[in-house]
Design a protein around this ligand. Sequence first.
Ligand code: HEC
Ligand code: HEC
Length: 318
Amino acid sequence: MRAAITAVVLLGAVMPGALAQAPEARAELGRRLFFDPLLSSDRTVSCASCHKPEHAFADTTQVSKGVGGKEGTRNTPSVMNSTARVTFFWDGRAGALEEQAIFPIENPIEMNLPMATAIERLNADQEYAKAFNELYGGPATAKSLGRALAAFEKTLETANSPYDRYSQGDDAAMTDAAKRGRLLFIGKANCATCHSGEDFTSDRFENIGLFNGKDLNDRGRGDVTRIEADAGLFKVPTLRNVAITAPYMHNGMFAALREVIDYYDNPDARVTGALRRDAKLDKPLQLTEVEKQDLQAFLEALTDDRFRKSGEQPNGNL
Ligand code: HEC
Ligand code: HEC
């Protein structure tokens, strides 16, 4: 990684022209592709149809509609803050962003376009053909398409929320409720054991009890590894911007953050017969009403400023 960065920097110094601007230009190409329905069979669906920019690039419905109104079974997650992720999809079946992009294009219930056709369309378009040629040294390929989309997605990092400013020492950046919520998050409510680190994810697969083999029968990681004990494991999602990415969980079963908090407070009250649920969730948390509100206030403090509606106070998450 370091070697690659050094090489780019050195080349940039020698050739201050196109190559030095390549990262930005590649991200810009990726942005155009992300919003372009050309990548779907009937030219009606783009990546942004499901990954909506104003909702941190997540969708607002339980499941999204692809070409012909077809629906899948999983909720569309945010694609923000993906740079540091090590696997993609709720079951982690893709190992890199560059590789992930191919799946939705070819998926019959999403964009339903064979990769060969996608590449033909891109190379038949003068502007795209020119851009791929300049930035990736040849006609578009599945590989360079994936790289361009990933270059754009990697610009979608957020580190400018009330929580971030609070962490950097601005004590007034979070409300008292959010501050109390933070202590619950890392303490009594035990959230930080899985939602850890800068992006609030351990990048591991965990079972929070949303698999019972009956009405909840998405096996998640188990279908990827083919190991029975993995059925019910899902990737721990980042919680950055979570207040604007409802509904929640791999199947979108919770419509609001409060429902998520009520679930964690007492999982058995909501789901019966959960299989292999993590032992950390065995004992009800017994959160009081105020504690639930505080925890929610903390989650709301993780929203990047770019999504704050004008007129709202910078720390106005209550
Ligand atoms: C029809 C809706 C739809 C379209 C169109 C779509 N996606 Fe998705 N996207 C989803 C869903 C649903 C998931 C989760 C699927 C799963 O986990 O099995 C997902 C997952 C992802 C993820 C993984 C995020 C994570 O945290 O694991 C990325 C990245 C992504 N999509 C990028 C794209 C790109 C790039 C495009 C366009 C080429 C695209 N998506 C088009 C619905 C869509
Ligand atoms: C044992 C690990 C673990 C613990 C503890 C945990 N989570 Fe999670 N969290 C997960 C996993 C895994 C998912 C995804 C589960 C799924 O979709 O089936 C998730 C999903 C979520 C989501 C939905 C995010 C989205 O984009 O859909 C929220 C919100 C959330 N957790 C908040 C919390 C809070 C608040 C706590 C503490 C009360 C907590 N979590 C404790 C592992 C954990």
